[in-house]
Write a protein that binds this ligand. Structure first.
Ligand code: C2E
Ligand code: CA
Ligand code: CA
Length: 619
């Protein structure tokens, strides 16, 4: 209980003040709505000081006043004060807030501080106004409490006692409200960006979607992912990362419509609920505006940065009725948008879901496939054209899946790569290939395929050395085939790794040359011994004169650089003859043999062809 300093009060007043205190504190303790509690306080104070009219205004951080309670004042009066700036001449309340001191105006009609407001007050019979600041415990002025009188007069000692009590109670109430708001903000808003957080999205999104479906409008969920957030965060620091997130939140908030929801739901993931999305065009329009809003560079203080965004979209009621389902589907669509090149938006379609489900099954099964011994290597012979003999074998991975049978790498390698399982599988391949070499003729080499993530991992060159040592394989018999998709020439780590591999006496081949990313321009910078002319190009040479010229040119150029050439995917005698005429050094393909288990090439088994004789052009 507050101390009541009440020399001048009658017993009735003391009891009234106690009751006022008790009533207000009880309401505060029960967490009742602030406005009602403050109205109750005013009403009780007015009963104790007859003919007085009370009002409570709050002061925001920008120094503007807002009506909170004033049950005996007409609404239009309170409303017209809303947003008023505090200041020395802003009426009793505006001045009290401004000076942080009580301001007693005994004659509204003639006091200059009321010049702007007297026209409002006088017709209501308000003649005098005594306003006191309400301070928070850190001394900030958070509100004002005013007594209006119907005659020109000052405050009585009794009035002072009542006001003192009321101001104290108001301070407690306003601080409690601030605390509640802070907790609410922490619980429902993201601290970095100020937009809603996941919890808030889940709570309000559900209602918004349900309402949109019920109204027949339909809604859409847009899941947004920043393509290069991690890069920016890592290179420019967390402060820049936070500024970026905040600006992204602001840009998104600026394009949404009333009733839409913007939330940050993960590190660099935002989600929006578009509450009016009747047609696909509405949704596309929204996603397009979003991408456009992100296109301009962001000012991160130390640097400007451009950020790509990918967006996954699910629609209600088409893709689902509840927020959880829609979020899941928008997330599938986002995943698809990201894996198909980033920087654009994708709608959910059921095919995405089944593909992701299939990949998830593969991933589950893959996790124990090495341990369960389900992988094997098949070998495809490579023939040297000049001497017409098998000069090497390419090791190709196969997965003997317990349920689905033999699976080829294109099915599962992308999943293994994404799941980070390729290192473990890659180590197994390397050791197995080197071990197999012992069983193959000593004058043949064994080629092992590796991809970018394997090369980038530190210690790959050491793994190669270890596999050679364990199998006692002559390093000159091992060749590393690097995938054509690898961006090599501008990657110092990979160049170092390749150089270290070459230093061990192991050779390096560039796979799928002339297909996709593999380009002539990089050849001079790369420490490779061989290029493998990719299947599509080698095959087109048969039917397209242009392709034939390209193949011929590649072979000539390679030879000038001291690089050997192998054509792969050779299927016909015609292709074979043609490649021979072009001066290609080696060929590989079904025309000679498909990849087969090691046993097919061991002593006693025929070495070439699927049981058939070597093709006529080789004889
Ligand atoms: P790649 O390195 O270009 O391997 C050649 C692919 O072409 C093999 O498919 C092979 O079976 C197939 N092929 C060979 N001759 C012919 C032909 O005459 N006609 C046709 N149509 N195809 C032919 P596979 O074994 O399914 O391998 C596919 C890709 O998977 C490989 O392409 C390679 O990039 C990757 N891969 C295979 N094994 C491994 C491995 O052990 N490690 C890594 N990192 N990647 C591997
Ligand atoms: Ca290869
Ligand atoms: Ca290839």
């Amino acid at each position: 209980m507050l101390e009541l300093d009440c020399e001048n009060c009658s017993n009735v007043t003391v009891q009234g003040l106690r009751a006022l205190q008790h009533g207000v504190l009880e309401r505060l303790a029960c967490g009742g709505p602030l406005r009602e509690t403050m109205n109750e306080l005013c009403r009780r104070a007015e009963r104790l000081a007859p003919a007085v009219i009370c009002s409570v205004l709050t002061v925001d951080r920008e120094g503007r006043l807002h009506p909170l309670a004033g049950p005996s004042l007409p609404d239009h009066y309170s409303m017209s004060l809303d947003g008023m700036r505090m200041g020395p001449d802003a009426g009793s309340c505006g001045a009290a807030a401004y000076f942080g001191e009580p301001v007693e105006v005994t004659d509204i009609e003639h006091d200059p501080r009321w010049a702007d407001f007297r026209a409002l007050a006088l017709p209501l019979g308000l003649r005098a106004c005594w306003s006191s600041p309400i301070r928070a415990s850190d001394d900030r002025v958070v509100g004002t409490f005013a007594f209006y009188y119907p005659s020109c007069r000052g405050a009585s000692p009794l009035d002072r006692t009542i006001v003192e009590t009321c101001v104290h109670l108001c301070a407690i109430a306003l601080e409690q409200e601030e605390r509640k708001e802070r907790i609410h903000r922490l619980a429902y808003f993201d601290a970095v960006t100020g937009v809603a957080n996941r919890a808030s999205m889940e709570q309000h999104g559900e209602t918004t979607v349900a309402a949109a479906v019920a109204n027949g409008f339909g809604a859409a969920i847009h899941c947004v992912d920043l393509d290069n957030f991690k890069e920016i965060n890592d290179t420019l620091g967390h402060r820049a990362g936070d500024i970026l997130l905040r600006s992204v939140g602001e840009r998104i908030a600026a394009i949404v419509n009333k009733g839409d929801i913007v939330a940050r739901i993960g590190g660099d993931e935002f989600a929006m609920v578009q509450s009016h999305a009747a047609s696909a065009a509405d949704v596309v329009g929204f996603a397009t505006r979003l991408m456009e809003a992100m296109a301009a560079p962001f000012d991160l203080e130390e640097a400007m940065a451009t950020v790509g965004v990918s967006v996954g979209i699910a629609r209600a009621p088409k893709d689902g009725y509840d927020l959880r389902t829609l979020m899941r589907k928008a997330d599938f669509a986002l995943y698809e948008a990201k894996s198909s090149g980033r920087g654009h938006f994708r709608f959910f379609d059921p095919e995405i879901e089944s593909r992701i489900a299939a990949n998830r099954r593969i991933w589950q099964d893959l996790k124990q496939a090495v341990a369960a011994g389900e992988f094997e290597l098949h070998f495809q012979p490579i023939v040297a054209l000049g001497v017409t003999r098998v000069c090497g074998y390419e090791a190709l991975l196969r997965w003997r899946h317990p349920r689905d049978g033999l699976r080829t790498p294109e099915d599962f390698l992308p999943v293994a790569t994404k799941a980070g399982l390729l290192y473990e599988i890659g180590a197994w391949i390397l050791n197995e290939a080197c071990a197999s070499a012992a069983a193959l003729p000593p004058d043949t080499r064994v080629s092992v395929n590796v991809t970018q993530v394997q090369l980038e991992k530190t210690g790959f060159a050491d793994d190669v050395a270890a596999a050679l040592a364990a199998s006692r394989m002559d390093p000159s018999r091992l060749e590393i085939e690097i995938a054509g998709s690898v961006r090599l020439a501008d990657n110092a780590e990979i160049l170092d790794c390749l150089t270290a591999i070459r230093a061990q006496g192991v050779s390096v081949a560039l796979d799928d040359f002339g297909v996709g990313g593999s380009a002539l321009a990089h050849l001079h910078a790369l420490p490779v011994n061989r290029i493998k002319i990719g299947r599509p190009l080698a095959q087109q040479a048969q039917s397209s004169p242009r392709a034939a010229t390209i193949v011929q040119t590649i072979i000539d150029l390679a030879h000038e650089l001291g690089i050997t050439t192998t054509a792969e995917g050779v299927e016909t005698d015609t292709q074979l003859r043609m490649l021979g005429q072009f001066g290609c050094d080696e060929v590989q393909g079904f025309v000679i043999s498909p990849p087969r288990p090691l046993s097919a090439f061991l002593d006693g088994a025929e070495t070439i062809g699927g049981g058939a004789h070597p093709p006529s052009s080789l004889a």
